[in-house]
Design a binder for this molecule. Structure first.
Ligand code: NAP
Length: 285
């Protein structure tokens, strides 16, 4: 039987702490931290993510503005909005909900956000800072994964961590964070041969594949720590599920996260932490 690490529990602890900090900061700086979220179109998943971010802000006491724009907004119009927000001294964080409609280049949009307000940590400046070990904003999901491992007191140093997935938003940055914590990291992807042979050598598996119940028991060695980043729909039940087949893998793992209630709540919590970080830097300038 594995110990289930609750990202939800950790998120509650972190959010309660932030709630108290925001009250103190607001007294000191005479204004609340302010996060602006831009939502283009009405993709249901995006609407739900944006709603979740708004609720988290409300819970913690962070001011939240959501700018909703129709699907047919031009790239130029969107860039103008971001430019205004970059220059608005009452705004601490800017987040553009992805994906964007096909006629808008997401790289151009992300690159237009001033790095000091890039709460998602997606701007090349912040990405480079992570790789160069310089101060910058670390993207939320990878940061949340490390916080979850620390919460469960899992030793990272010297361990073999196998990351399945090499995306810019999860696989690559979490691999770098694990490396910085002195893990030996193997990054796997869709062209990896003998994946199960590799994952079976892992002390820590990070599954960021985007395929429902992809990681099975025969891919995991006894006592491994299994972190499930995936957010998928189970084709038969229609319910939310991860990249790990929880029922199959849980008996073999020592620690495991669940979907929902694992990494998801920590991603939003880290977004709030990043917003506070941007605000504090902004106030201390
Ligand atoms: P992504 O951009 O689609 O990347 C998926 C990665 O998995 C790619 O690197 C891909 O390899 C690899 N892959 C695909 N099939 C594979 C296979 N058969 N064997 C080994 N590797 C394979 O996805 P993502 O954005 O990283 O997200 C991954 C999952 O995490 C998704 O379910 C997403 O919804 C979820 N997610 C959750 C949160 C959260 O807050 N909980 C945040 C972000 C993402 P190639 O590079 O070779 O194509």
């Amino acid at each position: 039987m594995a110990i289930v690490i609750s990202g939800k529990e950790l998120a509650t602890i972190r959010r309660n702490k932030m709630k108290e900090e925001v009250i103190e900061f607001a007294k000191k700086y005479s204004r609340l931290p302010h996060l602006v979220v831009i939502l283009v179109g009405d993709n249901p998943a995006s609407v739900s993510y944006v709603t979740g971010k708004g609720k988290a802000c409300e819970e913690i006491g962070i001011k939240n503005t959501t700018i909703k724009k129709p699907e047919n907004i031009t790239e130029k119009e969107l860039l103008e909005i971001i430019d205004e927000l970059n220059n608005d001294s009452t705004v601490d964080g800017i987040l553009v909900q992805l994906p964007l409609p096909k006629h808008i280049n997401p790289d151009l949009v992300i690159n237009s956000i001033t790095p000091a307000k890039d709460v998602d940590g997606f701007h090349p400046f912040n990405v480079a800072s992570l790789y160069l070990k310089q101060p910058g904003i670390v993207s939320c999901t990878p940061k949340g994964i490390i916080e979850v491992l620390d919460f469960a007191n899992i030793q990272i140093e010297g361990k073999h961590a196998v990351v399945i997935g090499r995306s810019n938003i999860v696989g690559m940055p979490v691999s770098k964070l694990l490396l910085d914590r002195n893990a030996t990291v193997t990054i796997c992807h869709s062209r990896t041969k003998n994946l199960a042979e590799i994952t079976k050598t892992a002390d820590i598996i990070i599954a960021a594949v985007g395929k429902a119940k992809f990681v099975k028991a025969d891919m995991v060695r006894d006592g491994a720590v299994v972190i499930d980043v995936g957010v998928n729909r189970d084709e038969t039940t229609g319910k939310l599920c991860g990249d790990v087949d929880f029922k199959d893998v849980e008996p073999k793992a020592s620690y495991i996260t669940k979907v929902p209630g694992g990494i998801g709540p920590m991603t939003i919590t880290c977004l709030m932490e990043n917003t506070l970080e941007c605000y504090l830097k902004h106030m201390e300038e």
